[in-house]
Design a binder for this molecule. Structure first.
Ligand code: ADP
Ligand code: MG
Length: 700
């Protein structure tokens, strides 16, 4: 139960005075994070993207063109557009005793302007003044007030992200009201820490960001914003620490194995393990043998051999007479894992099966009963694996091949499946250090740093769309050499059908040129159709696979050595790197052609350059985060970290380890959060929607 002191913050926005259904709807679009209607706290956490500085109050003669000013002017004359030119601006002549100013509006209502600017009176007009034909002009001032209004005009005015139909002033008024609802809350931060950082109290921090007295206040690096960001980071680290404590509290059973099965698998491989694979396997075997639960994250570049490590982990618990489950993010991937694992499993005598949404009826029933009876050692599948109906005989290890989709929620659901299931999470690509802490602070971490030997570097080139015909010729040559080609068309969610049409068009064009060897896969295809297309490509009867980003995750066709990516500028850095990882899997030298639509923005240019230069996923992940951070600073992107509302990793990332230490220290002293500070920290968990963690306190 949420403490009642927080109720004012969790009241729906619609409960604020003067917010009717129409505004409610707009706020819902602007603020709602899931299905729940926006609440007062969502308004308060709606952070500015910048601010307007209205402190400059010059005389007209002293106005610097192209700066933001507030001027006091007398309204002299209205000059509506002439009847035969209705699109011309509506001009208002104004002056002070030093110069004149023309205030211009396009498409404005006449009666509205006449009321706003009564002739002969003084008005205070705030906006950016420009010089037009040597004459001072202000187009669409953003504030026009009389003397009474001026007294209330904020000197520093935050600027917020809006949504269509919502006016800045409506949002400001709502935030004003919300600020009045901030209750007096006990401090959850350490007093000495606050003082050392000059962090204000929670309520004061909100106030200073939304009603700033200094221009730096509404920026992410300010003390008030950093305070709130630290609150959020601490809530996050505390929740992870509670999760870790919860998952580890129940003793596990050790799975000890001499390594017979592992040895059989390794013997069946045409290569030897890389040093980091060996190290990681040793870590995992150690974890599995111990009688407490393993929570381990394994990250490494695409193609660094995570699947094999996962299989060796599974072999360990299977040798101990228990079961393992391997969950993939998509059905396609699950089938692929099955195909990769099957020959090795057979050699080792591991009984293998698959369970996805597609296994139905009799087949499904048989798999379920075999699982329950312990006749299946290793099951590969999708989320379907962790549904209620699935019962294991003795599940010891859950391996989750994740796409950042496997949140705290799922970790908990999984923990409930087995008596003390050990957990191994594989990520698709390396994760930057700060993010590992943020999202996996509850886990131990292994990295696969080096790539398997003998992989030549991928030759990556960038070309403008205008040179597409050269690309098609290059594809022709590649086909003549017997290579296989991925051709990736982006799918951007906003207009899926349009993008899909683009992919289909490209498919037809390539078919017209190359014939039957061209296949198409995309997210809208039904499972069996997708598999058929993929299978044709894998066996070589299809040689060009036109695909939307469904191939991003894990498709493994070692003979594919050419990749063309259209509209590469639309992809993120990490995403392109991951796509590129689909080639360069065989001994053959691979080539990746990134086609972009000119002109390129600075950010896109930087991304493509990094890809040309590097194929080290760890470096690329860090650069990606850095670039996205810069994007935030430039205001080109809304938020940095998924799941975070206030913390911006490039600004507040350095607070992360402090938050982690603080959380550990606090739980060490007060594991049930019952001291006064502990109670206050519970409020913090609610505020940042980490209250799931509070239930763990009760359950533990
Ligand atoms: P990841 O899941 O990390 O992207 P995979 O496990 O799919 O990578 O491995 C990619 C390819 O590399 C597979 O074909 C796999 O058989 C092969 N591979 C794995 N480990 C090694 C190794 N040590 N040496 C050579 N090839 C390896
Ligand atoms: Mg993989």
């Amino acid at each position: 139960m949420r403490p009642s002191v927080l109720n004012p913050l969790f009241a729906p926005v619609s409960a604020l005075p003067s917010i009717g259904p129409k505004l409610e709807k707009l706020f819902r679009r602007l603020l709602a994070r899931d299905a729940t209607p926006p609440r007062v706290v969502d308004l308060l956490f709606h952070m500015p993207t910048g601010y307007v500085d209205r402190r400059s109050r010059p005389k007209l003669a002293d106005v610097m063109p192209d700066t933001m000013v507030t001027v006091a002017v007398t309204i002299d004359r209205h000059r509506p557009p002439p009847p035969h030119r209705p699109r011309a601006p509506y001009n208002i002549d104004a002056s002070d005793n030093t110069n004149t100013l023309t205030i211009s509006y396009f498409n404005a209502r006449r009666d509205y302007l006449q009321k706003l600017f009564p002739e002969g009176e003084t008005r205070y007009v705030s906006g950016t003044a420009t010089l037009y034909d040597g004459h001072l002009q202000m187009v669409h001032p953003d504030r026009v007030v009389d003397a009474a209004g001026l007294a209330k005009l904020p000197l520093i005015d935050p600027v917020y992200p809006l949504t269509e139909g919502l006016h800045e002033n409506q949002l400001r008024r709502a935030i004003d009201l919300a600020l009045e609802h901030v209750p007096n809350l006990p401090e959850w931060q350490d007093e000495a820490w606050l003082e050392r950082n000059a962090f204000p109290r929670f309520a004061e921090a909100l106030y200073r960001i939304h009603r700033p007295a200094a221009p730096e206040d509404p920026t992410p690096g300010s003390a008030p914003w950093s305070r709130l960001a630290y609150d959020e980071l601490l809530a996050n680290q505390l929740a992870l620490a509670l999760l870790r404590a919860h998952l580890r509290a129940r003793p596990g059973r050790g799975s000890t194995a001499a390594g017979r099965l592992r040895a059989r698998i390794i013997a069946a491989l045409p290569f030897s393990l890389t040093p980091s694979q060996q190290r990681t396997v040793a870590d995992i075997v150690g974890d599995l043998a111990r009688p407490h639960r393993m929570l381990r994250l394994l990250h490494g570049d695409v193609g660094s051999g995570k699947t094999l490590v996962a299989l060796l982990a599974a072999a360990t618990v299977i040798e101990a007479g228990r079961q393992a489950a391997f969950m993939a993010p998509t059905e396609l991937l699950a089938r692929q894992h099955l195909a990769t694992i099957a020959p090795l499993a057979e050699k080792a005598g591991i009984r293998l099966a698959i369970l996805t949404g597609r296994e139905r009826g009799r087949e499904r029933a048989e798999i379920l009963s075999a699982l329950a009876a312990g006749d299946i050692d290793l099951i590969v599948g999708t989320h379907a694996l962790f549904q209620e109906e699935v019962a294991f005989h003795d599940l010891a290890l859950a391996i989750v091949d994740e796409q950042h989709r496997f949140g705290v929620h799922q970790r908990l659901a999984l923990a409930r499946k087995g008596e003390a299931v050990d957990l191994l999470v594989l990520t698709a690509t390396p994760i930057p250090r700060t993010l590992v802490l943020t999202f996996f602070g509850d886990m131990d971490v292994s990295e696969l740093r080096e790539k398997p030997a003998g992989r030549p570097k991928i030759d990556t080139r960038t070309l403008p769309l205008a040179r597409l015909s050269e690309v098609v010729d290059a594809v022709k040559r590649a086909l003549d050499q017997g290579r296989r080609v991925y051709w990736v068309c982006p799918l951007v969610e906003e207009s899926e059908s349009v993008d899909l049409a683009a992919a289909e068009e490209r498919f037809s064009a390539l078919r017209a040129r190359f014939g039957e060897v061209v296949e198409l896969v995309h997210g809208r295809l039904r499972g069996p159709d997708k598999d058929r297309a993929m299978a044709r490509f894998a066996e070589g009867s299809a040689r060009i696979l036109v695909a939307t980003t469904v191939i991003e995750v894990g498709v493994d066709v070692p003979q594919a050595s050419v990749m063309v990516v259209e509209h590469a500028e639309r992809f993120g850095l990490a995403q392109l790197h991951q796509l590129r990882g689909r080639i360069g899997r065989g001994a053959e030298r691979s080539i990746c052609l990134l086609i972009y639509k000119a002109p390129l923005g600075e950010m896109a240019k930087a991304r493509l350059r990094i890809l040309r230069e590097s194929d080290d996923g760890f470096r690329i992940a860090e650069e990606d985060l850095r670039l996205r951070g810069e994007g935030d600073v430039l205001g080109t992107r809304q938020s940095g970290l998924p799941g975070f509302r206030l913390a911006r990793i490039e600004v507040h990332g350095k607070l992360l380890s402090a938050a982690r230490d603080d959380a550990a220290l606090m739980l060490g002293r007060d594991p049930k959060l019952t001291s006064p500070r502990g109670e206050a920290l519970r409020l913090l968990l609610y505020l940042f929607a980490r209250d799931e963690a509070i239930r763990l306190l009760g359950a533990g």
